[in-house]
Design a protein around this ligand. Structure first.
Ligand SMILES: Cc1ncc(COP(=O)(O)O)c(C=O)c1O
Length: 373
């Protein structure tokens, strides 16, 4: 059997090769590489796609979180509610501002923040919430915004995995005070290098984020730092590529949705296997297709033996990673998160994944589960 890749970025390039090559050549011909017309065009297009007034390009999703939090005034001494079931970048970005991440447990079906658990963790120092729209599905933004309102907390949506996903008809990234997007190559909207963006409806937040990303300089006023900034700019080549890829984002998300539906029906009936739960309030854009089984490790091993690529997102929750042990979360302190980490696995998923690969993956899982009985 030929290998089945977990994710490939090559087919997405080949599908739009002429457009992407043309966009790159345009930047090379113009020979303007940092903070120029392409970056501004992409920022306008991405903001329009989401329906927000401001998008500020930057170097990564991690940086976008840092910029958004800093622009909202979050820093040393503050506590920020988030989840441990996420890419570590979410927590590290909070730490980088000087604030302390406070880890909340998750919903056992959707794997996103449990707002009731978050509410129990609010203290006098809590200043913000960073919900993560994990795997392509929105966190429960109604309850999260209610919690934020009740305690005057800022909300920064982590949209690294949710480009184009909606919550109750609203685009993720447009509901909180600001949002952070990643354009890492494998994301639903991926660059061919690092990239990210902050989006917001608040002109002051946009202005501060735009300054912080470029040494603290006010746009158009070089060499004078209004705030202590960093260097986190989206380069012109990546911006030009992203403008092309944005035009194809909805079609790519629809392809992911079709593949997810194929997996759903083909996997139904495999003993003990849970397919992704779909929250009716959310449109899922299937950045990842994550299933669950108590004998996960055996299935992963069996698929690896057949050269089928899988991953676990994420095998070690952030609160149990060495860098965060000093935050005082004992083993068992986030039971739903910890059990999920033991049982979940992500199956191959990218818009051009051949349907025959879906069938082969499902067949291999079925045989693994049957053999272990
Ligand atoms: C949920 C989440 N947040 C933040 C990030 C950070 O994005 P980047 O890799 O662009 O820094 C990622 C990507 O790895 C992510 O999946």
């Amino acid at each position: 059997m030929r290998p089945i890749a977990f994710n490939l970025t090559g087919p997405g390039y080949q599908a739009h090769r002429d457009e992407i090559d043309g966009a790159i050549r345009g930047v090379l011909d113009a020979s303007w590489f940092i903070l120029g017309a392409q970056g501004e065009a992409f920022e306008r297009e991405f903001a329009a796609y989401l329906g927000v007034p401001h998008a500020i390009g930057c170097n990564s999703g991690y940086d976008a979180l840092v910029l958004a939090l800093r622009a909202l005034g979050i820093g040393a001494g503050d506590e920020v509610l988030t989840v441990a079931h996420t890419a570590v970048a979410t927590a590290v970005a909070i730490s980088a501002t000087g604030a302390t991440p406070v880890f909340c447990d998750i919903d056992p079906h959707t794997y996103v923040m449990d707002p009731a658990d978050a509410a129990r963790r609010v203290t006098g120092r809590t200043r913000a919430i960073v919900p993560v729209h994990l795997y392509g599905q929105s966190a429960p933004m109604g309850a999260i915004m209610d919690l934020a309102k009740a305690h005057r907390l800022k909300v920064v949506e982590d949209c690294a995995q949710s480009h184009g996903a909606k919550w109750e008809g609203r685009m993720t990234g447009t509901i909180g005070d600001a949002a952070a997007f990643s354009f890492y190559p494998t994301k639903n909207l991926g660059a061919f290098g690092d990239g990210g963006a902050v989006v917001t409806s608040d002109p002051e937040v946009a202005r501060t984020a735009a300054m912080v990303r470029n040494y603290g300089w006010e746009p158009g006023r070089r060499y004078v730092s209004e705030v202590r900034g960093i260097n986190s700019r989206l380069d012109e080549i990546q911006a030009a590529i992203l403008s092309v890829r944005l035009r194809h984002l909805d079609a790519a998300n629809a392809a992911r949705g079709r593949l997810a539906a194929m997996y759903d029906s083909a996997l139904a009936g495999i003993d003990g296997l849970q397919v992704p739960h779909r929250d009716p309030s959310s449109t899922h854009v299937f950045h990842l297709y994550v299933v669950r089984h108590p004998r996960r490790d055996q299935i992963v091993a069996d698929l690896a033996a057949l050269r089928i690529g899988t991953h676990v997102h994420y095998p070690m929750p952030v609160h149990r990673q060495p860098a965060y042990l000093d935050h005082g979360y004992a083993e068992g302190s986030l039971p739903i998160t910890e059990q999920a980490a033991r049982e979940i696995m992500s199956l191959p998923m990218y818009p051009e994944l051949p349907e025959a690969d879906v069938a082969a993956v499902v067949d291999a899982i079925g045989r693994s589960v049957t053999a272990a009985r």
